[in-house]
Structures are given as C-alpha cells and as structure tokens.
Design a protein around this ligand. Structure first.
Ligand code: FES
Ligand code: MG
Length: 584
C-alpha cells in the first residue's frame, strides 16, 4: 500500500503547532466515549451522511444499514462519525422535495468542509437524496462512496405487479372514469409500498441509484439490491470498509466523476429507461465538478442507445426482478459486449475500471435485462427539443404508446410531427380547476401546456406536467393528450411528455407568451417545438407582459423559497445555485 496521505482530520485533532486548539477540538469528541487513540493515531475519520429518518421513509432503512457501514469502517481501521443530512422525502415535502435538493447540498457542504472528516459514505436512495449528496461530494471533493438503501420489495395487487408511483397514475385515471372507489385507490397505493426501501419502479430513485453506480460512485452491484435483502447489509459493510481504503488511496470524486464517467452514465440511463429527472441532476453534479455537460450531450450520446431493462413504467417488472437479473453490472456487461459503453476504462469506487468490474457479467434473466440484440425499444434516450417556446426541453420518446403514435404521429407527409391547439394552464391549481370543465372544449387535437412550474415559478419545480386528459375524453376512450411544460414529471410516470422546459415562463421563457387557442407544432425528427404565432404578435405579447410586470407566480412561503428563487438556475443547467459551482 502507498504511503498514508496526511489526514485532514489531524489538523483538528493532532496539530503540534497549536496544542490549544487541538485540546479544544479533541475534548468534546471524547465526551461520549471516543478515545484519543481513535482520534489521534492516524485512523481516517469517515462520516456517514445520514439521510434516513422517520420523516424520510424511503431512506429510513439506512438507520439500520449504517450499523453495518460502521462495522466496515472500524474493521478497515477507521473511525466513524454519523452526521445528519437535511431530510428530503419525495412524497412528503411541500411544495416539492426538489426545493430541498440544493438546501441539503448546501448544508452537507458546510458539514463536510467545516468538520474533521477524511472521507464520507453517502446514504443515497429517495429521488433527491442521491443528487444532493453527490453534488456535495463533488464540491468538497474528499474521498466519497455512495450506498443505496435499495428499492422496496415488489408490490402486488390483484395478482399483478404493482409498481410504486406507476399504479397511482393508472388508478387516478380509473378513479376519474368511475371504475374504482376512493377506498380501492388507497388500497392499490398501499399495495405498491410493501416494505422498507424506495420506489421499486424505474422512477427517479432507481434511476439515480443506478446512475450513482454507473458514474462509479458505488461498489459494483450495489444499486439494485432490495432494501430488505441480506445482501444489502453485506454491501453496507463492504462500502464502509472501502471508504477507509479510498482515503488511504486518496481516491476522490473528481478522479471518478470525470466527463468519461458522465458519458457512460448517459448511455446506461438510456439502457435502463431512466427518468427525465436524470439530466437535471447529472448536469447539476457535473457543474459542481467543472465538467461540461448539457442536454445536447444527452441527445447525442444517449438517444440511439436501446432500452434493455424491462421495468415499469416503460416495461413490466420491478426492483426484485432487476436485482435477480443482475442489476447494473449486467446492464453494463451487455452494453460492453455490444461495444456500446463509450469508456470501459473509467475508474470506479473499488479502484477498478467499469470494464474490469462488469466485462464478464451477463444478464441472468434476458426477459428482465435484455441483450443489445433483443432490446425492448431501439432508441431509448432523450431528445432535446428547441424552438420559440423554449431553448431546451427533454422528451423520452421510448414511452410513446402505439395509440399515441397512431393519433399524433401518423401523417405520411409529415412523419414524427404534429400540430395541436394549445390549452394553457398556469400551475397545478389552475389545471385541477379547469381540466374537467366541458366549457374548455378540449379534444384530441389539443396539447396541454403546464407553465409557472419551473425552478422559480413553483420553487424547485413541480412534477405536474404529466396531466391526465379530461374525464369526458377518458370516458370516450381518449387515453392521453400530449403534455408540455416547464415543470417536471415523476420518473414513475410513463407519459411521453415534453418536460423541464428552459428557460421557464417565470424567468421570461417563450412559454409565458403562449395563449390558449394558439396552434403549436412539434417535430420529433427535427427536435423542434414552436408556437405558430406571427413573430410580430409574439413581440407585442412580450411588450404587454413586461408592461404588466412579467409572468405572475405565487409568493414565497418560507425564507428558503425566497433565497432559492433569487439564486437558482435553469433545469437544463442542472438547477444549481448561482455562484455555488465555483467552490471546488
Ligand atoms: Fe422516495 Fe420514490 S418516493 S423513492
Ligand atoms: Mg419523483
């Protein structure tokens, strides 16, 4: 083993030039039973960034797993200090958990930077916990390794797999169509959450945990193990051990999360059918590392990559099946076998490369993880749409249904393009108020627009763009209308919406100028989205909007909402805080 590097914790606990401060720093950490030997003898002090709590059910099992992490840290010769992270529960936080991603990031940066810590285990899981912790690790750049809490067991209802989130989107349509009762709805929801862990679908959580492994920040095979499985506790132990070794090897986030690693992650995101929230988070993490990454990269590198993982919402299976088929290493192994992973040499948290870790791994259930020769969908990545409505918006074309394709994309003279009449909603309340009102005269030639729901408009940006069609259309058998917006969509939803439009209406994006009744043209081949409105009319609307004081959005309800709105950037640029990425 190479010579041990100087430990930053020793600047606090063992500084011969400043015995007074050493004494002050030391004494209070002795008061609960730590010994001078643990703090002064060159044992790396490893933080566990604890995201589990009673408020955060998805990550709560980390409280249990951290005991095994701690055992691993001690076994490898380290000292463990568990630190709380600001809670982020996707399903509990109002107005949205996304608002708190940057708050948890800020607070963890201060914790990791300002205290005597040599390395950190990142307790990732529920949607925003993963990017928040990876962003903080990127900024502070001390040796860091992530540990997924793991997905819930498979949910079952009526003899069928009931995937978290995904069954809710389906059930709300059944409820609106009068096919199920309110009690049925609650029962279906509960059935989809059968154990500890995070969403068992390929939603944002499974996506981001898989991508943490794809980036090289978790041990191979760590992402997919369901939370209650014994392997999860064993992985926690190995992760703790490895954290100590990484400090001795001085292996840092900037060594692992390189441009090459992000390119690998984009490819793997397509192969797993990852969430449309992934570009926001990965672009944000990359910014904190000084790595250039934008939505054009996602289209260029990711769009043509086939979908291999057959998980809901795009497919049929759930988390346990994903694990049994081989998880991320099997996906990477299949991509490697077909020559589709761009950078097999990218280094990972165990010190070995992606190619070393996964080259020999194959899917053990080819219906759940397909080989490249037999994919679920040929081109599974995102396209990046542009036009007078916005500079950038993401669409996952692989979830376009046959029915949708037949209704909207079957004009032989203009394939992959459609023109529709805009129905514009200003926020989710406006939508709920108007969607079922027959006076709105919504039909299958309409495109539903949701605006005022970006990072500034609805602080953090809301997952509300996947709007269900009016109940009167659902009853007529029209299942879905095209949806476009400056907000987001839950990764557990399978809607082919056009999302994360940047800039948003609230900061002067083109969406602010759109009016109900305008005709809009979407071209999925040319990747354009435009209002078919005379440029002079648009200029006049812009003048009127400015004279009226700009696009109106609800007032902030807390100090953080106000500070966040003053500093936050666009979705396509990772929704980072202005000024933050320069601290590295
Ligand atoms: Fe926490 Fe889906 S709500 S992972
Ligand atoms: Mg979500």
């Amino acid at each position: 083993m190479a010579k041990k590097p100087e430990l930053r914790s020793q600047k606090w606990f063992n500084n011969p030039d400043n015995p007074e401060m050493t004494a002050l720093y030391l004494e209070r950490y002795l008061n609960y039973g730590l010994t001078r030997e643990e703090l002064q003898s060159g044992k790396p002090i490893i933080a566990i960034a604890q995201t589990g709590s009673d408020l955060s059910p998805c990550n709560r099992h980390h409280i249990e797993l951290s005991k095994r992490v701690r055992d691993g840290i001690i076994a490898a010769g380290g000292t463990c200090i568990e630190v709380p992270v600001h809670p982020i529960q996707e399903t509990g936080k109002r107005p949205t958990a996304m608002l708190d991603r940057n708050l948890a990031y800020l607070s963890l940066v201060e914790t990791l930077f300002g205290y005597p810590l040599d390395g950190v285990v990142l307790n990732i899981g529920c949607d925003k916990t993963t990017p928040a912790l990876l962003m903080a690790a990127a900024t502070v750049n001390i040796p860091a390794i992530a540990l997924s809490v793991g997905p819930m067991l498979n949910g079952w209802y009526d003899g069928k797999r009931a995937g978290s989130g995904t069954v809710i989107w389906k059930a709300r349509e059944q409820l609106a169509a009068g096919e199920i009762t309110n009690d049925d709805f609650m029962e279906i929801a509960a059935a989809s959450a059968p154990s500890v862990g995070y969403c068992n679908t390929m939603g944002t959580a499974t996506t981001m945990n898989s991508l943490a492994e794809a980036l090289g920040m978790q041990l191979p095979g760590s992402a997919a193990i369901p939370a209650p499985y014994r392997e999860r506790g064993q992985m926690a132990y190995e992760t703790g051990k490895r954290a100590v070794e990484m400090v001795f090897e001085d292996l840092r986030p900037s060594d692992i999360m390189t441009r090459e690693a992000f390119e690998n992650a984009i490819v793997i995101n397509s192969a797993i059918g990852g969430s449309t929230n992934a570009p926001i988070h990965l672009n944000g993490i990359a910014r904190h590392l000084g790595v250039d990454l934008d939505n054009d990269d996602w289209q260029k590198i990711g769009h043509e990559v086939p979908l291999l993982v057959n998980l809901q919402p795009a497919g049929a299976y759930l988390g346990e099946d994903y694990q049994r088929a081989g998880g991320v290493p099997a996906v990477v192994g299949e991509l490697l076998a077909a020559g589709l992973l761009p950078h097999p040499g990218a280094v990972t948290a165990n010190g070995r490369s992606m190619g070393d870790n996964c080259g020999a791994v194959r899917s053990v259930n080819t219906d759940v993880i397909r080989p490249v020769s037999d994919p679920l969908v040929a081109a599974a990545g995102f396209i990046n749409l542009k036009g007078n409505l916005f500079d950038s918006a993401i669409m996952k074309t692989s979830v376009i249904s046959d029915a949708f394709r037949k209704t909207y994309l079957s004009n032989p003279d203009d394939p992959e393009a459609f023109v529709g009449r805009a129905i514009v909603f200003d926020g989710p309340e406006d939508y709920h108020h108007r969607i079922d009102d027959p006076a709105e005269n919504i039909d299958e030639n309409c495109i539903l627009f949701m605006r005022g729901t970006g990072p500034v408009g609805y602080p953090g940006g809301s997952e509300v763009v996947n709007m269900r069609a009016p109940s009167y259309l659902l009853k007529r058998g029209v299942e879905a209308l095209p949806c476009i917006g400056d907000g987001r969509q839950s990764g557990t939803s399978g809607s082919p919406s056009i999302l994360n439009a940047s800039p948003e209406a609230a900061t002067g994006g083109g969406l602010a100028l759109l009016r109900t009744g305008d005709m809009v043209r979407i071209d999925l081949r040319k990747c354009t989205a435009d209002m078919l409105v005379d440029p002079e009319d648009l200029a006049e609307r812009a003048r009127q909007l400015e004279a009226a004081g700009g696009y109106v959005y609800p007032e902030s309800q807390s100090p953080w909402q106000e500070f966040f709105r003053e500093k936050v950037g666009r979705f396509d640029e990772g929704m980072t805080l202005e000024g933050a990425p320069k601290y590295r």
